[in-house]
Design a protein around this ligand. Structure first.
Ligand SMILES: [Zn+2]
Length: 96
């Protein structure tokens, strides 16, 4: 049985059999050492770093987009990405 239609939830990933792939949650993301996500506003391009401690542990990372609003234009069309800033290797010769 082939399912090629998009899944019922646009903020979830689905495998080739149509099963939902569990998204990262606030708790699992914090466990990776990431303490914030970056929220991008689709209409205006504004973005902000949003600390994860504002959200419940069980909240799926993509669903943070439902809980934030653009502070620049007021839009709720937000896309959330993991903030990988803490993951960047910090070289000894980064100019400041
Ligand atoms: Zn905006």
């Amino acid at each position: 049985m082939a399912i090629n239609e998009p899944g019922p939830n646009p903020r979830r990933a689905y495998d080739k059999d149509g099963h939902e792939i569990p998204p990262a949650t606030v708790a699992s993301t914090r466990a990776m050492g990431i303490r914030a996500v970056t929220a991008f506003c689709d209409p205006c391009g504004h973005y902000a770093v949003v600390p994860l401690d504002r959200f419940p542990d069980a909240l799926a990372i993509p669903d943070i987009a439902l809980r934030v609003r653009c502070s620049a234009c007021g839009s709720k069309r937000i896309v959330v990405h993991l903030d990988m800033t803490d993951f960047q290797p910090k070289g000894p010769d980064v100019p400041r």
